[in-house]
Structure formats: C-alpha cells, structure tokens
Write a protein that binds this ligand. Structure first.
Ligand SMILES: [Zn+2]
Length: 111
C-alpha cells in the first residue's frame, strides 16, 4: 500500500510508475522492470467513479441544504474538488492494481 500511495515500481519501490498523469511507463527507470504488459483495464476507473461519485453527491446535497449557495458555486466547487481527487485516486488505484498484477499474475508480465 505505501508503494501504491507513492506510485512507485512494484519490484524496486523506487522508480516512478507513471510517465504522465495516468499512463504507465514502458519500463522502470531504476530497475528496468518491463511494464509494457501491464493491463489493469478499467479496474482503476470504476471504483473511483462509484466511491468518489457517491461521496461528492452526498457532499453536494449537504452543502445545498446547509448553505443554499447559488448554482455557480456548486459548478466551481465540485469541479475544483472532484478533478484532483479523481486523478489522485485513479493513480493510487492503478498503482495498486499494477502491484497486485506483478505479485500474483507475474506470468502475464513475462516474469
Ligand atoms: Zn523498479
């Protein structure tokens, strides 16, 4: 889990896993682990949509009933809150899935 939170390589725990926001590097920059066969599919997206979506909707209702702000406040607030949280959670979830694939299905990664 600490390796997933830091988005690091599943083998050495030092090289960065992503080459940009959500795209996995072809190989670890430190130990050279081949990451081209990593395939987590939509596994990182679905839980983030379900969990974060539910939390944001509940918070939006709470803010609406508690403070009754104008609609533009909701539009600005929830985009500003949801976007970075979604990206952070998708990175951590994707890193966790890559680590699980490395540990339990390493034959698919050619190891
Ligand atoms: Zn590595």
């Amino acid at each position: 889990m600490p390796t997933a939170l830091r988005c690091k390589c599943p083998r050495c725990g030092e090289g960065t896993l992503f080459k940009n926001l959500l795209e996995v590097r072809p190989a670890c920059e430190k130990c050279g682990l081949d990451l081209t066969k990593v395939d987590v599919g939509d596994g990182a997206v679905v839980p983030v949509i379900m969990v974060l979506g539910a939390i944001i909707v509940i918070l939006a209702f709470w803010v609406e009933f508690k403070y009754e702000p104008p609609l533009y406040v909701h539009a600005i607030l929830w985009v500003a809150v949801t976007t970075p949280l979604a990206i952070f959670l998708m990175r951590v979830t994707k890193a966790a899935l890559v680590i699980q694939q490395y540990r339990h299905r390493s034959s698919e990664m050619g190891l």
